[in-house]
Ligand binder design. Sequence first.
Ligand code: PPS
Length: 339
Amino acid sequence: MSSSAGTYPPQGGHAETNEELYQRFTDLVSSWPCFPALSNSHLYRHDNGWHSSLAPMVGTMVADACFTARPSDIVVATLPKSGTTWIKALLYSTVHRREHPVGSSDHPFNSLGPHECIKFLEYQLYTGNRVPDLDDLPDPRLFATHVPFVSLPRSVLASSGCKIVYVCRDPKDHLISQWSFANKFRVRDGLEPLSVEAAAGFFCDGVTPFGPYWDHVLGYWRAHLARPDQVLFFRYEEMSRDPAAHVRRLAEFVGRPFSVEDEEDGTVDAIVKLCSFEHMTGLKATKDGKTELVFGAVENSSFFRRGVVADWKNHLSPETARRIDAITEARFMGTGLPV
Ligand code: PPS
């Protein structure tokens, strides 16, 4: 990676340093509307209508300015708490199944969490005044982002072959997962935990990280409809129902379909098992490992909670659930997305 002393871009006579680039975007984001939210930091509203805390929003803008996509790149795109960790594990183990056979004792998952195997552009790569040199990474390069489709790095959208793997989740489960995660950090920082009703209020107002939820999902859904070869669209609930079928579709989509030998060897089922909630939570890398994100090191275990469908029923009142369903119905009606 280049150090913070590197320069970008060599415009005219003045080469902007990385610090100047980050500062320019920090100043711009700081001028945008800012709202209290469910986590312990405020969220800014990007000009494109989505929300995020300061550092990942600045990282998004630096990535937009500096990231150069290759046609062979594969980008995982998700809202937080929608199955990111799971799809990263599935994608990494599928793409690298030849050099890292699923059952091998030195499989990377034994020492690294999925977020270290596939890094976020805005939380891990474009952070801390760095503009990383990603040119030496072998093909296919695997990246991840929580950024809405409308604000993806322009070179990802312009690159003809670059593939996007999107996963969305029932908004009520996404909310509950996010609320639980945010409360961990609120308590760690000496704040009162937020009530689920207050969290739902922020959620319905669209003031959640990378939300509004509905805009995020619709952005990728429409991109999938327009360019199905470039944008794969999965739903957490369907993945849970039939993970093997999704692994096969994923492998096809990224140009690494399973061979007859793979099928006979049981590779698909082995990948499903390797990446299952039960197996991943038992790994040492999950129990003891941490992932360095822009706001500090996060315990890998915090990316795993229950991993089930419809846990919202244990937390949301029927009235709040109906309120969220009504928004979903109004926003998704006629789009082809289930309401
Ligand atoms: S993050 O922080 O954005 O990366 O979080 P993300 O991974 O998107 O979402 C976390 C939720 O996904 C569940 N999870 C899984 N479900 C099924 N299988 C696997 N392997 C898996 N790994 C993580 C995790 O438990 C969170 O959901 P909840 O509902 O909170 O349990």
